[in-house]
Design a protein around this ligand. Structure first.
Ligand code: SF4
Length: 317
């Protein structure tokens, strides 16, 4: 059984513009699964809907349609108590720890908060667990009395990770966890996340626009464009086997590497279309170097090959 199963997930937000109301299609029919102990990377340009998908995956938002199942239970159908029990094992780390940590609290109380909320032990047991968690993420227990503003960006993200680990989660959604950090600190946090995953065995849904970070951590990579998943493939063959023109353009832009195969690779031009009025047919067709007439009329479905590689493109074969 998958740990997390996302089926036909849709999230539309009403928005007003020029006196007219319209719908922003942030997530528009996503199906994905994360297996126990797996790292699924989710990549795409800013605004493609990946952070919304992350919040839906942990039940912080309710879907417009479709469903999210964690350990077989549909989150949107859970009672308050069931959702609370699920959240114990389903955590999220945000991009900016400065915004997600209450500046009035000490590091020790921030790490202890989930344990206190869930009454996960006596005062002495919680104190010991906080020390252990701080050591686990590379913080000195002596830093427990400091406040977030007295820490570096990397140390603050370590506090967020310690909080996420406190209740022994099965899955952590990491939403751009290193994007706000300096390059050298970024590598340290990525190493920490990889080390923790190997030691503790939990799964990650690792959301990032940084393809190098995703390739380093992930077992599989899902590529998102304008609210849809357009390709899912093994991270190990990402460079070699990427088939969708959007994935190939992203790779070429970041690595300068031109993947093999017959599909032309052209750097991405312009901005993604407005998610309030996505193009008909294939949503990538206005920017796709390989677009043909059919692409503007017919929406390609995400189709699986025997290897498990999924691609949504009329000409991927
Ligand atoms: Fe490009 Fe057409 Fe494939 Fe869409 S379906 S990615 S427009 S070739």
């Amino acid at each position: 059984m998958s740990l997390l199963e996302i089926t036909g997930l849709v999230k539309h937000y009403p928005a007003a513009a020029g006196g007219r109301s319209r719908l922003i299609r942030a997530v528009d029919g996503v199906t994905l699964a994360v297996a126990p102990g797996e790292v699924l990377g989710l990549v795409g340009e800013s605004g493609c809907g990946k952070s919304t998908l992350g919040r839906l995956a942990v039940g912080l938002e309710y879907p417009t349609a479709g469903c999210v199942r964690f350990l077989g239970k549909e989150l949107a159908a859970c009672s308050r108590n069931e959702l609370r029990a699920a959240r114990r094992q389903l955590q999220i780390i945000f991009q900016d720890p400065a915004a997600s940590l209450d500046p009035r609290w000490t590091v020790g109380s921030l790490v202890a908060e989930p344990l206190v909320n869930y009454r996960a032990g006596s005062g002495e047991e919680i104190k010991c667990r906080v020390e252990h968690l701080m050591e686990l993420v590379g913080l000195e227990p002596a830093q427990a009395g400091r406040h977030p503003h007295q820490l570096s960006g990397g140390q603050r993200q370590r506090v967020s990770i310690a909080r996420a680990l406190a209740l022994h989660p099965r899955l952590i959604v990491c939403d751009e966890p290193v994007s706000s950090l300096d390059v050298s600190i970024r590598a340290q946090i990525l190493n920490l996340l990889r080390d923790l995953k190997e030691r503790l065995g939990m799964a990650y849904l690792f959301i990032s626009h940084d393809l190098a970070a995703v390739s380093y951590l992930a077992d599989r990579v899902a590529v998102m464009y304008l609210g849809r998943i357009v390709e899912v493939l093994k991270a190990g063959s990402f460079l070699k086997d990427a088939r969708h023109p959007y994935t190939r353009a992203l790779l070429a832009a970041v690595t300068g590497f031109s993947p093999g195969g017959g599909i032309p690779v052209v750097p991405l031009a312009g901005e993604p279309p407005d998610p309030g009025s996505p193009p008909p047919g294939c949503r990538f067709h206005p920017r796709c170097p390989g677009a043909m007439n059919v692409c503007g009329r017919e929406d390609p479905t995400l189709t699986a090959e025997e290897s498990g590689h999924l691609v949504a493109c009329h000409f991927a074969g």
